[in-house]
Design a protein around this ligand. Sequence first.
Ligand code: WTA
Length: 641
Amino acid sequence: MVKYVVEKNGKLMPSNEMKKIAWVSDEKIYKDAEKNPVKFWERLAEEGISWEKKWKKPYVEKLPYFEWFKGGKLNFCFNCLDRHLKNNGNKVALIWVPEPTGEKTIKLTYKQLHEKVCRFANVLKKNGVRKGDAVSIYLPMIPEALIVMLACTRIGAIHSVVFSAFSADALKSRIEDCKAKILVTSDGYYRRGEEEELLGKAKEAAEKTTIKKIIVVRRLGKKLDKELDFEEEIKKAKADCDCETVNSEDIMFILYTSGTTGKPKGIVHDTGGYAVQAYWTCKWNFNLHDDDIMWCTADVGWITGHSYAFYGPLLNGCTTLVYEGSPDFPDYGRWWKIIQDNKVTVFYTAPTAIRMFMKAGDEWPRKYNLGSLKILGTVGEPINEEAWMWYFNRIGSKRCPVIDTWWQTETGGTLINSLPGIGPFVPTVSGRSFPGTRHIVVDDKGKEVKNGETGNLVQLSPFAPGMLHGVYKNHEKYVETYWRFKTKYDTSDGAYIKNGLIRMTGRTDDVMKVAGHRLATAELEDAISKDNSVAECAVVPIADEIKGQVPVAFVVLKSGEGSEEIEKEIKKFVDKKIGPTARPAKIYFVEDLPKTRSGKIMRRILKALLNNEDPGNLMTLINPEIVEKIKEIIQKSSEKA
Ligand code: WTA
């Protein structure tokens, strides 16, 4: 079996075989790009993306805003589908694996996918969707999610995908923010062998909003009320639909993400710049050639699902694999069986999943032939060395590089990682800034720190083409969240740089990564404090062996004592307000929260108590005596457990 990595001077590096097949294998690329990053990206834009009209200005920067390929015109869907039809029309674009093992895998060629997308684009048009209108998409991992998203981009409509495990309330607030006209959803989906309901939540969310029609994919075959049936509608629609030409800087999609307040922010992405970054990062990070089969396990409700489960592979004319269900259904061998059966070559997943499989045992991957794999990727949260090594040894059989990609919803595509043909592949270290971009580490005043020192990771101008175009209708939020250093984009991540390689150290704000899912403590606090019994609360993350982090809540009740029943009720309430992903792992009922004189809740102290650490100086507290009491409550509870 081909080995793609070798050990050189104690470091894992690309083998000659890898260098031979790699798109980039010469370090020079970094230096060349750095000389003139705008020119570099211009060349990539020209080479990778089909434009209807070339841009007049490659890059215009008026901070805090900047635009790429200004004056350029294109259609995103054309780039994902139409341009591949002539030579690759019969090639499989999408392999879809349903969760129920008795159901057949579905394969759609570029031609077939193109036809479905055109038909659905016509359905959208018939229902009044025009260029610039927003469409909300609340779909599980089924082919229709891809079809609907591409259909939006075909007619220049803006899509806003909402994670299907989010609650009706979460969906509603996102519909209201972008004023979507149409909601596309399904009657449900399969999860761990059970039917999960979705339509009820969708209907509840759409009530009294701008939504005029709900279009439903009948995944479970349920009867509809007054909603439109996806299948019937596309059958009636015409099979061709012209691509709407849009400006490079026109909004392509909004994706809501957690910030430091209770309300999620609508991260705005444009068309041209996003396409360029999605195309090239996918191609170079995963060394995609057109016979590759890529499987990115992320749900489309998150940015990784957008950029690497769907768009990146299609822009590159490859085959992408999508799996509907749970990784452990019917057993822990499911993912490895999918890789074997479909000869997946590039596999991209999250540390949480790797840790879960590591715990489940080596016997599961051992049962399957994973020899088709060439590249392994990870994303979403810091990966610990043990998980990295297990992934490298057990899944890649020491043959495949592990590409640890750092990026964010805001950056649209990956930005920091080692390239497969260049390396090095160092556990827990992400690597270098993608060619044509630059990151440094600064202190809280914005001054660059010394090599090896930890600080705030920032990005320097010119900012990458796929970066956000602002926060939807919220200029203040945009400025305050990302531009505290004025001319440097603040990632809100901590990091240090050693020997030119960047290592992440976690968020610097109150954002948690729970099983790779992004969640703000403020969002959770906002939800919990709306429960009728709650007077006040504070949420802090604690480390979790598998999920990386999990939220823990400290709750002050309006009256009476806490109990298991109330804990259950509050957890249920969080499910309703946000979704089960946000459910606190534990709730402590306390009589007060540690606060400063100005009323600020000291979450730092709560964190220290949970971790059995010294809470430090309590002088600034207005109620220092509460700290000891909370400590006792935590201790008692752990004794009970
Ligand atoms: C974290 C996910 C360490 C980071 C694509 C970032 C990572 C946040 C890595 C964005 C990585 C992402 N190593 N941390 N390789 N990748 N993160 O918006 O804290 O869901 O700011 O985008 O995930 O999360 P988001």
